[in-house]
Design a protein around this ligand. Structure first.
Ligand code: ATP
Ligand code: MG
Length: 414
């Protein structure tokens, strides 16, 4: 095949060749090149031990934290290229990390340690493909299949089970039956995986372009993370997989919210009925993940919005408005759709509210400062009060009226 590789990648492969060593692109980059998808990182398998790799690429900045496992990171303008010595993984004691690795002379043996056939193809600089497990056949058939015996491969490393789900949701591939059965059987063992790794796989799964296609087969693979994941009815799974128009981070959060609510329903027989129950549902759901505080807080707000009975009037929406940020409303709206709640009227009112955030107000802090309000918390307080007054219809959103009212308040309130 004809290769269009970034220059630093070609240079590194060429340098290995000049030095009499073998070097092959391996893993996700080969899979994505063959699928015509964008490649985000290049992994290179090499015949030399890490000491020699470091010596050959001494003129580049190096990342040596993976040296014990054979990996030297070479920092280039195309990002960090990871060069890993052909290796076999030793025994696995913890369903996750091999206790030791063994370096090997041959790339074919290195390919045998890899998780799925589509990730176990090596590509040489001259375009030669080494593909001992027919990964190309599985790419053509859009199939995810373990290299070797699936039960054993998942017992060695339970993370592979979650990776399987993530690749299925990203690529829209089906999971080959014996791989699927073994993944489902082993799903409980994913409990041992660190929260950081679980979080990365969960977010990758939920962001998958073909999530809708993968959700029914693959959500149950997360039952070591959330036991309820294998207890959802097929109509619930179908709803969760509905296509939504939104950017990836919003989509992921909406799916997280809908899942938290669904899992609560499975446990308790109904959706949370109060803000407190909603908070409990969210806390329990998020306890197994490690999300940035800002995201958790948005999800908390989103859950409150889902739990509140639908607002019965525009005025009620306006009263609630100051408590919730526009991004939380966006997430709750999509999650409600995934849960089959009919709250469209409420979201319409929300959208029509004159100022959903500070920028919707006809004046800003600058105008208040010009009129002599001292810089500090009073500016924010006045703006928030003005916004509430506009949203609840007590004041028109007009600069003169707003400023006049603000000055009035300052006169009356010391
Ligand atoms: P992505 O596009 O998400 O980076 P990837 O396949 O490149 O997908 P990486 O985590 O970057 O995934 O790993 C690179 C390669 O290393 C994989 O393609 C696979 O061959 C191998 N690999 C990674 N993790 C495992 C694992 N847990 N078990 C076996 N092989 C693995
Ligand atoms: Mg990768």
């Amino acid at each position: 095949m004809e290769l269009h590789l970034p220059k630093p990648v070609t240079e590194v492969l060429d340098c290995l060749k000049q030095a009499g060593e073998q070097g092959y692109l391996v893993g996700g980059c080969v899979r994505d090149l063959l699928l015509g998808r964008p490649v985000h990182d290049y992994d290179i398998a090499v015949s030399c031990p890490p000491e020699r790799t470091a010596e050959l690429f001494g003129r580049y900045p190096l990342v040596e934290t993976g040296r014990r496992h054979g990996t030297i990171g070479v920092v280039t303008q195309a990002g960090v290229l990871e060069l890993t010595t052909f290796r076999a993984d030793g025994r696995y004691r913890d369903h996750r990390r091999p206790d030791e690795v063994r370096f090997l002379p041959d790339v074919t043996e290195d390919l045998a340690r890899r998780d799925f056939t589509i990730n176990a193809i090596a590509l040489g600089l001259d375009g030669t493909l080494i593909d001992p497990f027919d990964g190309q056949g599985d790419l053509a058939q859009k199939t995810i299949r373990c290299v070797g015996e699936p039960r054993q491969r998942f017992a060695e490393d339970a993370l592979r089970i979650l990776r399987c789900a993530r690749f299925a949701a990203r690529l829209g591939f089906t999971v080959e039956p014996s791989t699927r059965i073994a993944a489902l059987e082993g799903a409980e063992s994913t409990r041992a995986i660190s929260r950081e790794r679980v979080t990365a796989e969960v977010l990758g799964f939920l962001a998958g372009e073909q999530f809708g296609q993968a959700v029914d087969v693959c959500l149950p693979l997360f039952s070591g993370v959330w036991p309820e994941a294998k207890r959802l009815a097929s109509h619930e799974l179908a709803r969760l997989g509905l296509p939504l128009q939104a950017e990836a981070p919003i989509l992921v959060d909406a799916r997280l919210l809908a899942l938290a609510a669904c899992f609560y329903r499975v446990r308790m027989g109904g959706l949370p009925q109060s803000i407190q129950e909603g908070q409990q549902a969210m806390e329990q759901f998020l306890a197994v993940l490690r999300l940035p505080r800002k995201q958790s807080s948005l999800l908390g707000q989103g859950m409150e919005l889902l739990v509140l009975p639908p607002a019965a009037s525009h005025a009620e929406v306006c009263r609630r408005l100051p408590c919730y940020s526009a991004p939380a409303v966006d997430r709750a709206r999509l999650a409600a759709e995934l849960l089959g709640q009919d709250r469209e009227a409420e979201w319409q009112w929300w959208r029509q509210a004159p100022c959903r955030d500070r920028s919707g107000l006809a004046i800003s802090g600058r105008e208040l400062l010009k009129l002599g309000v001292p810089a500090g918390p009073e500016v924010g307080r006045l703006l928030a009060t003005l916004r509430d007054a506009v949203n609840s219809g007590q004041l028109p959103n007009n600069p003169e009226c707003l400023l006049e009212q603000a000055m009035e308040w300052r006169k009356t309130e010391p």
